[in-house]
Design a protein around this ligand. Structure first.
Ligand code: SAM
Length: 278
């Protein structure tokens, strides 16, 4: 490992060996156990890293490919990282491939501190929309929901029960950067039901046995909490009973149900209909 200066102010470490302890720690972030231990996660791509810094996320390490040396935008972000107290690693393509577990990796990867919003700090008002996901299992679904929440201007996501990790590489990839813009809370079913008691608006569950067509509901100018069920089992009775209404998205074909993220998208575009302008 050597140290030198790029065009950016601040020290940059050059790393080419997969055995380097810094690289080992970053590679370990592929596993939830180590993400939790380090309270960290990885996000790939220069634009994502810049957005994250602009939104005030704490960067621990910036990793960039040797081939990006001399790129002004990369050097600027490296200088910002150093100024914020983070480390900067200039690595070989081999190291980047190992870190991201991907051929043709992005030239820039950021390691950030995880951030959850405490449930007790979520106090919805006016026409805020929040999405609660019951035991979401699939990282692609979770990432897609976070991205859709961002796209429609909903406020955030509450993860209920045992769920897939919002900070896994797959989830972060599927959010396309929205992980940095959308607050995420996590809680137990009991914690959720206790918090829900003070929810000042409509708690709308979606259920294949829902009696109400989602298109017939006037969501009005009040907060809405949209509750979505687990991919395999749908909403359990305790969470379904905690909803003010159980809505169904009518279907016409042979499929039993919609994919969770698609159903969430259909619902969010309806609930936010009046807020969405071309
Ligand atoms: N086998 C599961 C069941 O019996 O509920 C299917 C779950 S579905 C893949 C995942 C979630 O998406 C559901 O719990 C519900 O929240 C929502 N969903 C999917 N299709 C829906 C529909 N047609 N109407 C209402 N909600 C739907």
């Amino acid at each position: 490992m050597s140290e030198h200066r790029t065009g950016a102010p601040g020290r940059v470490k050059e790393v080419t060996s997969l055995a380097n302890p810094l690289v080992k720690d970053i590679k370990a972030l592929a596993l939830k156990k180590f993400r939790d231990q380090q309270n960290a996660f990885m996000a790939e791509g220069l634009k994502l890293v810049i957005d994250a810094l602009d939104l005030g996320w704490t960067i621990k390490t910036l990793i960039f490919a040797k081939s990006a040396l001399g790129n002004q935008a990369v050097e600027k972000v490296a200088a910002r990282t150093v100024a914020l107290g983070g480390d900067v690693l200039e690595v070989s393509e081999k190291v980047l491939t190992a870190i991201t577990r991907r051929d043709n990796p992005q030239a820039v990867v950021g390691v950030f501190t995880q951030r959850f919003v405490p449930l007790k700090d979520i106090r919805p008002h006016s026409n805020d929309v929040w999405v609660a996901l019951d035991r979401v299992r699939d990282p692609g679904n979770l990432g897609t929901v976070i991205r859709t929440v961002d796209a429609v201007g909903a406020k955030g996501v509450i993860l209920v029960g045992e769920t897939t990790d919002p900070f896994s590489l797959e989830t972060v990839r599927a959010t396309m950067g929205s992980i940095f813009a959308v607050p995420v809370a996590k809680t137990t079913p009991e914690g959720f039901l206790a918090w829900r008691k003070d929810f000042p608006g409509t708690v709308a569950g979606t259920h294949l046995k829902g009696a109400v067509d989602y298109r017939s509901v006037d969501f009005g100018n009040r907060p809405v909490l949209l509750m979505m069920g687990n991919e395999q089992q749908g909403l359990p009775d305790n969470l379904a009973n905690g909803c003010d209404k159980l809505l169904r998205i009518p279907q016409a074909g042979r499929a039993d149900s919609l994919n969770l993220a698609v159903a969430t998208g259909v619902m969010l575009f309806e609930i936010r209909r009046n807020a969405l302008k071309l």
